[in-house]
Ligand binder design. Structure first.
Ligand SMILES: Nc1ncnc2c1ncn2[C@@H]1O[C@H](COP(=O)(O)OP(=O)(O)O)[C@@H](O)[C@H]1O
Ligand SMILES: [Mg+2]
Length: 239
Protein backbone atom coordinates (compact mmCIF):
# COMPACT_ATOMS: atom_id res chain seq x y z
CA UNK A 1 0.00 0.00 0.00
CA UNK A 2 1.34 3.43 -0.83
CA UNK A 3 1.94 5.75 2.06
CA UNK A 4 0.79 9.34 2.01
CA UNK A 5 3.59 11.82 2.71
CA UNK A 6 1.70 15.10 2.68
CA UNK A 7 -1.93 15.94 3.34
CA UNK A 8 -3.60 19.33 3.13
CA UNK A 9 -6.96 18.74 4.78
CA UNK A 10 -9.43 21.55 4.08
CA UNK A 11 -6.94 24.28 4.89
CA UNK A 12 -7.91 27.92 4.96
CA UNK A 13 -5.33 30.64 5.57
CA UNK A 14 -6.41 34.20 6.23
CA UNK A 15 -4.15 37.23 6.45
CA UNK A 16 -6.10 40.16 7.77
CA UNK A 17 -9.17 40.42 5.57
CA UNK A 18 -7.57 38.48 2.77
CA UNK A 19 -8.30 34.77 2.34
CA UNK A 20 -5.01 33.50 0.95
CA UNK A 21 -5.99 29.81 0.85
CA UNK A 22 -9.64 28.85 0.69
CA UNK A 23 -10.48 25.31 1.81
CA UNK A 24 -7.62 23.61 -0.04
CA UNK A 25 -7.28 19.82 0.08
CA UNK A 26 -4.82 17.51 -1.64
CA UNK A 27 -2.59 14.57 -0.86
CA UNK A 28 0.89 13.70 -2.06
CA UNK A 29 1.79 10.01 -2.11
CA UNK A 30 5.21 8.84 -1.00
CA UNK A 31 7.66 8.66 -3.92
CA UNK A 32 5.58 10.86 -6.18
CA UNK A 33 6.11 14.29 -7.71
CA UNK A 34 3.29 16.77 -7.17
CA UNK A 35 3.35 20.17 -8.87
CA UNK A 36 1.33 23.09 -7.63
CA UNK A 37 0.73 25.52 -10.48
CA UNK A 38 -0.71 29.00 -10.36
CA UNK A 39 -0.08 32.63 -11.17
CA UNK A 40 1.53 35.22 -8.92
CA UNK A 41 -0.24 35.57 -5.60
CA UNK A 42 -2.29 32.37 -6.06
CA UNK A 43 -1.12 31.03 -2.70
CA UNK A 44 1.53 28.54 -3.81
CA UNK A 45 4.32 29.63 -1.46
CA UNK A 46 1.83 29.95 1.39
CA UNK A 47 0.83 26.32 0.85
CA UNK A 48 4.44 25.16 1.22
CA UNK A 49 4.92 27.26 4.33
CA UNK A 50 1.97 25.59 6.07
CA UNK A 51 3.73 22.19 5.80
CA UNK A 52 6.74 23.71 7.56
CA UNK A 53 4.58 25.26 10.24
CA UNK A 54 5.76 28.78 9.34
CA UNK A 55 2.13 29.65 8.63
CA UNK A 56 -0.70 28.04 10.58
CA UNK A 57 -4.00 27.39 8.84
CA UNK A 58 -6.94 29.35 10.21
CA UNK A 59 -8.91 26.13 9.84
CA UNK A 60 -8.14 22.63 8.61
CA UNK A 61 -4.86 20.79 9.16
CA UNK A 62 -1.71 19.71 7.44
CA UNK A 63 -0.06 16.32 7.92
CA UNK A 64 3.52 15.31 7.18
CA UNK A 65 4.07 11.53 7.19
CA UNK A 66 0.76 11.33 9.07
CA UNK A 67 1.98 13.75 11.74
CA UNK A 68 -0.18 16.79 12.40
CA UNK A 69 2.25 19.68 11.92
CA UNK A 70 0.53 21.81 14.57
CA UNK A 71 1.07 19.05 17.15
CA UNK A 72 4.62 17.99 16.35
CA UNK A 73 6.44 20.65 14.43
CA UNK A 74 9.98 19.41 15.10
CA UNK A 75 9.35 15.90 13.82
CA UNK A 76 7.53 17.19 10.77
CA UNK A 77 10.33 19.61 9.88
CA UNK A 78 13.01 16.97 10.38
CA UNK A 79 11.75 14.96 7.38
CA UNK A 80 11.49 17.94 5.02
CA UNK A 81 14.09 19.81 2.99
CA UNK A 82 12.82 23.17 1.81
CA UNK A 83 14.14 25.20 -1.10
CA UNK A 84 12.74 28.72 -0.69
CA UNK A 85 11.79 30.95 -3.60
CA UNK A 86 14.78 33.19 -2.97
CA UNK A 87 17.42 31.00 -1.37
CA UNK A 88 19.91 33.04 0.63
CA UNK A 89 23.49 31.92 0.46
CA UNK A 90 26.66 33.78 1.38
CA UNK A 91 28.15 35.73 -1.52
CA UNK A 92 31.65 35.90 -0.04
CA UNK A 93 31.87 32.14 0.48
CA UNK A 94 32.44 29.47 -2.18
CA UNK A 95 30.07 26.56 -2.85
CA UNK A 96 31.84 24.18 -0.43
CA UNK A 97 31.98 26.78 2.35
CA UNK A 98 28.30 27.63 1.93
CA UNK A 99 27.26 23.98 2.05
CA UNK A 100 29.49 23.13 5.00
CA UNK A 101 28.14 26.11 6.91
CA UNK A 102 24.44 25.40 6.28
CA UNK A 103 24.85 21.67 6.89
CA UNK A 104 26.51 22.45 10.20
CA UNK A 105 23.55 24.66 11.11
CA UNK A 106 21.32 21.63 10.45
CA UNK A 107 23.54 19.60 12.77
CA UNK A 108 24.98 17.55 9.90
CA UNK A 109 28.63 16.73 9.45
CA UNK A 110 29.16 15.81 5.83
CA UNK A 111 32.54 15.38 4.10
CA UNK A 112 33.75 17.06 0.92
CA UNK A 113 33.43 13.81 -1.05
CA UNK A 114 29.70 13.67 -0.40
CA UNK A 115 29.36 17.37 -1.15
CA UNK A 116 31.09 16.85 -4.48
CA UNK A 117 28.64 14.04 -5.31
CA UNK A 118 25.69 16.34 -4.62
CA UNK A 119 27.26 19.09 -6.73
CA UNK A 120 27.79 16.52 -9.50
CA UNK A 121 24.09 15.61 -9.30
CA UNK A 122 23.09 19.23 -9.86
CA UNK A 123 25.81 19.64 -12.54
CA UNK A 124 27.67 22.52 -10.96
CA UNK A 125 30.97 22.69 -12.91
CA UNK A 126 33.91 21.46 -10.83
CA UNK A 127 36.08 24.47 -11.58
CA UNK A 128 33.47 26.89 -10.18
CA UNK A 129 33.10 25.18 -6.82
CA UNK A 130 35.97 27.03 -5.15
CA UNK A 131 34.87 30.42 -6.48
CA UNK A 132 32.93 32.86 -4.35
CA UNK A 133 29.21 32.93 -5.04
CA UNK A 134 29.43 36.57 -6.08
CA UNK A 135 30.92 35.30 -9.36
CA UNK A 136 28.00 32.87 -9.96
CA UNK A 137 25.01 33.20 -12.29
CA UNK A 138 21.55 32.91 -10.76
CA UNK A 139 21.30 29.37 -12.12
CA UNK A 140 24.56 28.34 -10.45
CA UNK A 141 23.39 29.73 -7.11
CA UNK A 142 20.16 27.78 -7.54
CA UNK A 143 22.18 24.61 -8.10
CA UNK A 144 24.04 25.11 -4.81
CA UNK A 145 20.71 25.61 -3.02
CA UNK A 146 19.30 22.43 -4.57
CA UNK A 147 22.48 20.53 -3.58
CA UNK A 148 21.94 21.67 0.00
CA UNK A 149 18.39 20.29 -0.06
CA UNK A 150 19.72 16.97 -1.44
CA UNK A 151 22.47 16.71 1.17
CA UNK A 152 19.96 16.90 3.98
CA UNK A 153 18.73 13.56 2.55
CA UNK A 154 15.18 13.92 3.84
CA UNK A 155 12.14 11.89 2.74
CA UNK A 156 10.34 14.97 1.45
CA UNK A 157 11.43 17.93 -0.67
CA UNK A 158 9.43 21.16 -0.87
CA UNK A 159 10.69 23.25 -3.76
CA UNK A 160 9.49 26.78 -4.43
CA UNK A 161 9.97 27.67 -8.11
CA UNK A 162 13.14 25.58 -8.33
CA UNK A 163 13.70 26.15 -12.05
CA UNK A 164 13.34 29.92 -12.07
CA UNK A 165 16.61 31.43 -13.24
CA UNK A 166 17.87 28.18 -14.78
CA UNK A 167 18.66 27.93 -18.50
CA UNK A 168 16.85 25.28 -20.61
CA UNK A 169 19.67 22.73 -20.32
CA UNK A 170 19.81 23.15 -16.55
CA UNK A 171 16.00 22.84 -16.38
CA UNK A 172 16.16 19.50 -18.24
CA UNK A 173 18.92 18.30 -15.92
CA UNK A 174 16.86 19.37 -12.94
CA UNK A 175 13.82 17.43 -14.16
CA UNK A 176 15.95 14.31 -14.65
CA UNK A 177 17.22 14.74 -11.09
CA UNK A 178 13.66 15.05 -9.74
CA UNK A 179 12.58 11.90 -11.58
CA UNK A 180 15.58 10.00 -10.19
CA UNK A 181 14.82 11.17 -6.66
CA UNK A 182 11.21 10.06 -6.94
CA UNK A 183 12.36 6.64 -8.21
CA UNK A 184 14.48 6.42 -5.04
CA UNK A 185 11.30 6.96 -3.01
CA UNK A 186 11.64 10.66 -2.24
CA UNK A 187 8.47 12.71 -2.25
CA UNK A 188 8.55 16.03 -4.09
CA UNK A 189 6.08 18.89 -3.79
CA UNK A 190 7.12 21.67 -6.13
CA UNK A 191 5.63 25.03 -6.86
CA UNK A 192 5.99 26.48 -10.33
CA UNK A 193 4.31 28.48 -13.04
CA UNK A 194 6.02 26.49 -15.76
CA UNK A 195 3.23 24.34 -17.23
CA UNK A 196 5.55 22.52 -19.63
CA UNK A 197 8.07 21.67 -16.90
CA UNK A 198 5.37 20.50 -14.51
CA UNK A 199 3.97 18.13 -17.15
CA UNK A 200 7.44 16.72 -17.84
CA UNK A 201 8.07 15.71 -14.29
CA UNK A 202 4.87 15.55 -12.20
CA UNK A 203 2.68 12.53 -11.44
CA UNK A 204 0.02 14.93 -10.36
CA UNK A 205 -0.65 18.63 -10.93
CA UNK A 206 -3.00 20.90 -9.02
CA UNK A 207 -3.98 24.32 -10.27
CA UNK A 208 -4.37 27.07 -7.72
CA UNK A 209 -6.16 30.34 -8.40
CA UNK A 210 -6.73 33.09 -5.83
CA UNK A 211 -6.31 30.54 -3.05
CA UNK A 212 -8.72 27.95 -4.49
CA UNK A 213 -7.85 24.63 -6.12
CA UNK A 214 -9.50 24.82 -9.50
CA UNK A 215 -8.15 21.76 -11.29
CA UNK A 216 -6.27 18.53 -10.76
CA UNK A 217 -4.53 16.31 -13.27
CA UNK A 218 -2.99 12.85 -12.86
CA UNK A 219 -0.51 11.14 -15.13
CA UNK A 220 -1.68 7.84 -16.62
CA UNK A 221 0.36 4.76 -15.58
CA UNK A 222 3.83 5.02 -17.19
CA UNK A 223 2.73 8.21 -18.96
CA UNK A 224 2.84 11.96 -18.63
CA UNK A 225 0.17 14.58 -18.05
CA UNK A 226 -0.71 16.25 -21.36
CA UNK A 227 0.71 19.76 -21.53
CA UNK A 228 -2.16 20.90 -23.74
CA UNK A 229 -4.80 19.97 -21.16
CA UNK A 230 -3.08 21.82 -18.33
CA UNK A 231 -2.19 24.76 -20.55
CA UNK A 232 -5.84 25.18 -21.54
CA UNK A 233 -7.01 25.10 -17.95
CA UNK A 234 -4.20 27.45 -16.87
CA UNK A 235 -4.93 29.98 -19.66
CA UNK A 236 -8.64 29.86 -18.93
CA UNK A 237 -7.97 30.60 -15.29
CA UNK A 238 -5.69 33.50 -16.12
CA UNK A 239 -7.58 35.12 -18.97
N1 LIG B 1 3.75 38.15 4.71
C1 LIG B 1 2.58 38.41 4.11
N2 LIG B 1 1.68 39.24 4.69
C2 LIG B 1 0.49 39.48 4.10
N3 LIG B 1 0.08 38.93 2.94
C3 LIG B 1 0.93 38.11 2.32
C4 LIG B 1 2.22 37.79 2.87
N4 LIG B 1 2.83 36.91 2.04
C5 LIG B 1 1.97 36.70 1.02
N5 LIG B 1 0.84 37.42 1.18
C6 LIG B 1 -0.33 37.42 0.27
O1 LIG B 1 -0.83 36.11 0.16
C7 LIG B 1 -1.22 35.84 -1.17
C8 LIG B 1 -0.55 34.57 -1.66
O2 LIG B 1 0.84 34.77 -1.66
P1 LIG B 1 1.86 33.62 -2.07
O3 LIG B 1 1.50 32.37 -1.36
O4 LIG B 1 3.21 34.16 -1.87
O5 LIG B 1 1.54 33.44 -3.63
P2 LIG B 1 2.37 32.71 -4.78
O6 LIG B 1 3.50 31.98 -4.17
O7 LIG B 1 1.38 31.81 -5.45
O8 LIG B 1 2.83 33.79 -5.72
C9 LIG B 1 -0.88 37.07 -1.99
O9 LIG B 1 -2.07 37.81 -2.17
C10 LIG B 1 0.09 37.82 -1.14
O10 LIG B 1 -0.03 39.20 -1.36
MG1 LIG C 1 5.52 32.18 -4.40
Amino acid sequence: MTQTSLVADNITVSRGNLVVLDDVSFTVEQGSVFALLGGNGAGKSTTLLTFLGFISPTSGKVLVNNIDVSKNLTTARSVIAYLPEAATLYEHLNAYENLLYFLKLSGLKIGLGEIDLALDKVSLPGKARKNKLQTYSKGMRQKVAIALALLRDTDILLLDEPTSGLDPVAIDEFHTLISDLSKQGKTVLMVTHDVYGACQVADRIALLRHGCLVGEFSAPPQGRIQTELVHQAFSKEHS
